[in-house]
Design a protein around this ligand. Structure first.
Ligand code: HEC
Ligand code: HEC
Ligand code: HEC
Ligand code: HEC
Ligand code: HEC
Length: 566
């Protein structure tokens, strides 16, 4: 176990850093892997190796591409998390900014590789073979519930007891993994089942399983403030070669809070009737799985292998929001610029097109838009129908915006807000409402790193949330979100408000307006940063080239409406 230094040490270290003052150029901070320690199963401690997904495909993947896990999973971003060119480009900059931080990245983007010790060295150069399976079958299905319960498999107690410390905060890849190959899943299988060891695991139907990676914290920073998080807290670098002083995610810097946002929402209290909006056999939805792995009907395995017919087969496509990186991976499979011929995804063009279509469809389900005229102005209301902020998760370069076009009586454009030039990938952001989050460096950290204070894309050393106006989910409270470090910043939402209103003045002569809500996963500003900031390797340029080749992250229209102006 790591020694736990007190917060005081971190603060003393901070003042030492501050004393260094501002240098002319950015400098590499040199934390150690221990600064990025997270409780849970540690590398090279598992007994049975992590199997390649192709070993599961034999039975879980050649019969029905929709209900069987393999093909659906393969076309998800999670399966491609270790091939994702943005991931490699971003990790190179993270390692430049804070040495050893790559260990943190690899833990979630290639959990199998990390468990097998391939995050040494931390720049990812030891990743090979099945490590490129990303968030793979055999990792998810060996995950053990970190919260003991009599309903869990009997082996769990011994597995938890063998860990020091046992994770009590669930985030940032705090995986507890069965050291043996005992595959955990939602079902009680038939007693005659012979194909592999299995355990019925209620954990696999809980959102908490997704919390393992969908609350992302940076343990290299310690929260300075009261006993519970508050909007006035700051985050001091705790780069002292030991693990974080408390190990509690809410004492670390919050990078992503998707799980905590959900936990604070009404979806976590009870299923909400959504009328089948998110597909699948259930119309009332609660967990991440309910929306992202909707239930289908079919055989639990290829016929002839003894799988049962079920109406609650979770579809493994993990539908989300990405609509261009999948194509980039098909290109990388050809060019082999990031991985070798034995590490290609195996994805087909059909699978990629289907996955993109699914994500576009899912994005259109995420929100509703209402247009009205109020006091001579156009009011645009965007309603969040998801189980977390809209948008949620990865804050860097992801955004939503309103495009408003006013037309005169003869249909000619009189004014446009939020125009987007697809050739240059440029958004006129200053003319409209953009929903996004900006993380960055505070003055202390900026001085330590020899950079300017303010919003930045320097993932590994960002320690301040400068802005976050993303729309909260149903059940939002300011106090609750503040406690999980996810309060709005630079925007005001009342308790219970899961929508946002924007007023646009109506220009003279306007007789109608057309409004769209647009989503983009990679902004030009972000991809430029990944290309220009890289001083280590060619990965920033590879990511940029692929982005330019595949539509520059073309915006997806989530809602479209028109209104006539009397
Ligand atoms: C020889 C065939 C075969 C292979 C290979 C195979 N499985 Fe299975 N597996 C099955 C069958 C059959 C079922 C039962 C499905 C049902 O009844 O719903 C099953 C069920 C499961 C379950 C559900 C357990 C539960 O309690 O809910 C999991 C999880 C699972 N397999 C994971 C895997 C993984 C991961 C791999 C690859 C490392 C794999 N399987 C490889 C045949 C196989
Ligand atoms: C991100 C974690 C994750 C990954 C990766 C993953 N699964 Fe699952 N899987 C789950 C969860 C969670 C459930 C149960 C969901 C529910 O019941 O709502 C599940 C259910 C299953 C089941 C039981 C239902 C069925 O289809 O028979 C099988 C079998 C299974 N997974 C196999 C696989 C295989 C094979 C892969 C890789 C091709 C895979 N899983 C990848 C999380 C994962
Ligand atoms: C706790 C797990 C976790 C850790 C640690 C983590 N990530 Fe991620 N990463 C995620 C998740 C989850 C997403 C997807 C979130 C979303 O879609 O909003 C993601 C998304 C990304 C994306 C966007 C990919 C795309 O295609 O748009 C990049 C780039 C990325 N991560 C890089 C990194 C780097 C570099 C590090 C280390 C400094 C890192 N991540 C550490 C879980 C993690
Ligand atoms: C071992 C870590 C891990 C676990 C566990 C995990 N995820 Fe992920 N997830 C990731 C990473 C990493 C990414 C980002 C992949 C990328 O874009 O490069 C991601 C991406 C996603 C995306 C795609 C987002 C997009 O932008 O399109 C969805 C949806 C998602 N995860 C849902 C889930 C759900 C639901 C669960 C629980 C059943 C879960 N994840 C469990 C690591 C994980
Ligand atoms: C009520 C349905 C619902 C629930 C519950 C839900 N999601 Fe989502 N999620 C969506 C929809 C719709 C989108 C697409 C819109 C978007 O990108 O925000 C989405 C987007 C995402 C993304 C893409 C990130 C982005 O760009 O916004 C991730 C990652 C994700 N969800 C993870 C999760 C996890 C983890 C949970 C559970 C803690 C969860 N979701 C619960 C509906 C849901």
């Amino acid at each position: 176990m790591q020694s736990h230094r007190r917060l005081v040490t971190a603060l003393a270290f901070t003042s030492a850093l501050a004393a260094v003052g501002t240098a002319a150029t950015a400098r590499l901070l040199a934390p150690t892997v221990d600064d990025f320690f997270i409780a849970g199963t540690q590398p090279t401690t598992i007994v049975d190796p992590i199997k390649p997904s192709t070993e599961c495909a034999y039975c879980h993947g050649f019969y029905d591409p929709v209900t069987e896990p393999f093909s659906a999973w393969r076309s998800s971003m999670m399966a491609q998390a270790a091939r994702d060119p943005l991931f490699h480009a971003c990790m190179a900059v993270a390692e430049q900014d804070a040495k050893s931080s790559g260990d943190l990245c690899i833990r979630c983007h290639s959990p199998g590789g990390w468990l097998e010790g391939h995050s040494t060295p931390t720049d990812g150069s030891a990743l090979a073979g099945r490590d490129f399976d990303g968030v793979t079958c055999h990792v998810c299905h060996r995950l053990v519930d970190p919260v003991a319960s009599p309903a869990n498999p009997a082996d769990d107690a011994a597995i938890l007891a063998s860990l020091n410390p046992v994770p009590t905060s669930f985030h940032t890849g705090s995986m507890v993994v069965d050291p043996l190959d005992r595959r955990r899943g939602p079902f009680e299988l038939d007693p005659t089942f012979v194909w592999h060891d299995w355990r019925k695991s209620p954990f696999h139907q809980e959102s908490l399983l997704c919390a393992t990676c969908h609350d992302v914290s940076n343990p290299a920073f310690a929260r300075v403030g009261g006993a519970t998080p508050s909007a006035s807290d700051s985050y001091a670098p705790a780069l002292d070669g030991t693990s974080h002083p408390t190990g509690n995610k809410y004492d670390m810097f919050p990078v992503e809070r998707t799980f905590s946002e959900w936990q604070q929402s009404s979806f976590a209290v009870a299923p909400i009737e959504m009328g089948g909006r998110f597909g699948g056999n259930k119309t009332a939805v609660s967990t991440c799985q309910d929306c992202h792995m909707p239930d289908a009907s079919g055989e639990g395995c290829a016929p002839g292998f003894g799988g049962a017919y079920r109406d609650d087969l979770p579809v493994h496509d993990f539908r989300g929001a990405n609509t261009w990186v999948q194509k980039a991976i098909l290109t990388l499979d050809q060019t082999l610029e990031l991985y070798g011929p034995t590490e290609v995804s195996g994805l087909t063009a059909q699978e990629v097109n289907d996955a993109i279509a699914r994500n576009i469809d899912f994005l259109t389900k995420a929100s509703d838009m209402e247009l009205s005229l109020v006091d001579g102005q156009l009011k645009v209301r965007v309603i969040n129908q998801t189980g977390h902020k809209l948008p949620t998760g990865y804050p860097e370069g992801r955004r939503m915006w309103l495009n408003v076009k006013f037309f005169n009586a003869s249909g000619a454009l009189v004014m446009e807000h939020g125009s987007y030039n697809p050739v240059r990938a440029l958004l006129r952001a200053e003319t409209t409402k953009v929903y996004e989050a900006h993380l960055g460096l505070d003055a202390v950290m900026a001085a330590a790193a020899g950079m300017l204070a303010g919003p930045s894309f320097h993932f590994a050393i960002n320690n301040k949330v400068y802005f976050d106006n993303r729309i909260p989910p149903r059940g939002f409270t300011n106090a609750g979100f503040e406690q999980v470090q996810a309060q709005p910043v630079g925007a005001v939402y009342a308790d219970g408000q899961y929508w946002d209103d924007t007023l646009f003045p109506i220009p003279v002569g306007a007789k109608s307006a057309q409004v769209s809500l647009n989503y983009q996963s990679t902004s030009k500003e972000y991809i430029d940063f990944l290309r220009d900031e890289n001083r280590t390797n060619n990965r920033g340029r590879i990511a940029y080239k692929l982005w330019a080749m595949h539509g520059k992250s073309a915006p997806v229209v989530m809602d479209l409406g028109t209104i006539t102006i009397p």
